[in-house]
Design a protein around this ligand. Structure first.
Ligand code: C2E
Ligand code: MG
Ligand code: MG
Length: 567
């Protein structure tokens, strides 16, 4: 009997407000479901809380009150071990106050003038429910490592703030760690956790100074919804400085994207923009901050368009392959040795689009395989046709995207292509960008090893643009190094650059790798490279990438020279 009476006893709610009308309104809304006690100021509220500490289910707390204001009450409740289990919903009419209250540990807020009764009832019920399962819930609500919100709570609070204070200028800030998986893989998960924890601490420190909330999701993805800041570079520097202090042996690079507040734009949309801005500076260690602006919006629209247009581009024959020769410069005169196949998109409205504008975009979503498959097939066919037409052995390299290496059918597809066109494996070379080797290295290395075992020659593309250390080279399955063009660009004017090129050539020689210098544009560059012992050169000096019919002229010229020299 006693038990059932206890079960039926309504939960106790304390309503604290200095204005009688507010107390009355809340009383009317809550009285059917709860037992209510009242206080008119902070001091009275504390008395009631202490008196009813074992029974009190929730406090609805006005912030602006005489004698002792709500913030003071809130801070005493949340910092007192005996009281801190009691959830507090703050009642506020002030735009900034709800954020500050959330940061101080309030569970939720209700704005004045009051919402419709159903909303208030639902909110009170929900917070009581949450607090009764507190252990469980706080784990679900917060990320344990950084004590920031998880995704659903973060966006729930962000939305609520937005709907209650749509005029409050709040920016979306996204922060990410470059190559976080590599940091984890090389230094261990514990170290990775330390990095996340330090960033979390600094974000919480920052949010104790300005209004805002923050969350962490997907390992190293931090979202901060904060009042507009004047200088985001300074903010990023602040976090960067903090992570620099973690270990003298590991360099950690942060990047940041910001989408500024815009009237009528919901947080989720703002964060999409901030995320896109943050992705835009991925790998750009010189400029790791991007503020979403009109340029970016245009670029996004363009990207969307290219994504939509790609499928039909293949059918409508808008994609073509250009070929750029590679010359062996240790012969005199230099000899046409091979070529690289490079994609070109002739768009009916946008004109010729360079691969720099769409390859990275399609790499991000897997569509690159549409491009690559097209180029491989086209190139294999072209090699076969040239072989037949000229009886001339000319190998051509194709680019292999990083994402392609994850495709379990890759090795079979390429082998089939060779067979179907009656080629040798040596006829089609594969260029794999250096960054593919540093990313998830082991899995990818296996695939490259398999390809090489079959007989394909592997060229490491853009060597020097990524982070593979020279001593990793010896263990990598490659035949040729393609030295990134940034090394060649200044060798005529910079003694240091020239020395660097010579060093790379020495190491390559030691490892028995041939070297292709990319981006050679002048005779001076060519001569320096030749003297330094570089084997092959690709660049505008010899020819830009050209359509197959123009490339045939290069082949024919080459054959004429050979005939001449053999007479
Ligand atoms: P990459 O593989 O390093 O190709 C060399 C790029 O350097 C080409 O740019 C070429 O036109 C350019 N280049 C060659 N010589 C010179 C020179 O003397 N000076 C300068 N400034 N540039 C020179 P392109 O054709 O715009 O291609 C850019 C990148 O797009 C390629 O870099 C490659 O990473 C990617 N790409 C091109 N075609 C394909 C493809 O079919 N599949 C994939 N996955 N990526 C491709
Ligand atoms: Mg290439
Ligand atoms: Mg390259």
């Amino acid at each position: 009997m006693l038990l059932s009476k206890q079960i039926q006893r309504p939960k106790l709610v304390l309503v604290v407000d200095d204005q009688e009308i507010n107390r009355d309104v809340l009383g009317v809304i809550l009285e059917d479901d709860y037992e209510i006690i009242y206080a008119e100021n902070g001091a009275q509220a504390l008395e009631e809380i202490e008196k009813n500490v074992d029974r009190l289910s929730i406090v609805l707390l006005d912030l602006m009150m005489p004698v002792m204001d709500g913030f003071e009450v809130l801070s005493r409740v949340t910092s007192d071990e005996q009281l801190s289990h009691i959830p507090v919903i703050v009642l506020t009419a002030e735009k900034n106050a709800e954020l500050r209250a959330l940061q101080m540990g309030a569970s939720d807020f209700i704005t004045k003038p009051f919402d419709v009764p159903e909303v208030i009832l639902a909110r009170v019920a929900r917070i009581i429910e949450l607090s009764e399962g507190r252990q469980l819930i706080s784990a679900a609500e917060h990320d344990r490592l950084t004590l920031l919100y998880n995704r659903s709570f973060f966006f729930e609070y962000a939305n609520r703030l937005y709907h209650y204070s749509p005029d409050l200028p709040m920016d979306a800030v996204v922060m990410n760690i470059e190559q976080f998986h590599t940091i984890n893989a090389v230094n261990g998960r514990e170290f990775g956790d330390d990095v996340l924890r330090v960033i979390g601490e600094e974000i919480r420190e920052f949010l104790s100074e300005v209004n805002g909330i923050a969350g962490r999701f997907e390992a190293d993805h931090f979202d901060i919804y904060c009042e507009q800041q004047g200088d985001y570079q300074a903010l990023l520097d602040r976090f960067q400085k903090k992570v620099n202090g973690i270990s003298p042996n590991v360099s950690i690079h942060l990047r940041m994207g910001v989408k500024p507040w815009q009237e009528g734009v919901e947080p989720i949309v703002l964060f999409d923009g901030a995320w896109a801005a943050c992705s835009m500076v991925r790998g750009d260690y010189q400029n790791p901050l991007m503020i979403y602006d009109e340029d970016m919006r245009q670029r996004e629209l363009m990207n969307q368009r290219l994504l939509n247009d790609l499928r039909s581009a293949v059918d409508k024959k808008q994609l073509t392959v250009y070929y750029q020769p590679k010359y062996d410069i240790q012969c005199d005169p230099p000899r046409l040795a091979s070529a690289e196949a490079l994609i070109r998109w002739k768009h009916p409205d946008l004109g010729m689009i360079s691969p720099g504008n769409f390859v990275p975009l399609f790499e991000g979503n897997g569509l690159i395989s549409v491009v690559d498959t097209f180029v491989w097939r086209e190139t294999a066919g072209q090699i076969a046709r040239w072989k037949e037409k000229y009886g001339f052995e000319l190998s051509v390299s194709v680019n292999l995207s990083r994402t392609e290496l994850f495709d379990p059918t890759l090795v079979d597809r390429l082998a089939q292509l060779i067979e179907a066109n009656g080629l040798n494996f040596k006829d089609l070379k594969l260029e794999v960008t250096e960054s593919a080797y540093t990313d998830k290295a082991n899995d990818l290395l296996e695939v490259v090893r398999d390809l090489r075992q079959l007989g394909f020659e592997i060229e490491m593309d853009d060597f020097g643009s990524g982070y593979s250390s020279l001593n990793m080279l010896s263990a990598m399955p490659i035949d040729v190094l393609k030295m990134d063009m940034k090394f060649v660009r200044n060798i005529e004017s910079s003694e240091t650059d020239l020395r660097l090129v010579k060093l790379i050539l020495d190491i390559a020689r030691y490892l028995k790798l041939r070297v292709v210098a990319e981006g050679v544009e002048t005779e001076g560059q060519l001569k320096l490279l030749k003297d330094a012992g570089c084997d092959l050169v690709q660049g505008y000096y010899f020819s830009r990438p050209v359509p197959p019919e123009d490339f045939e002229k290069l082949i024919e010229r080459e054959m004429a020279i050979e005939r001449g020299s053999s007479i």
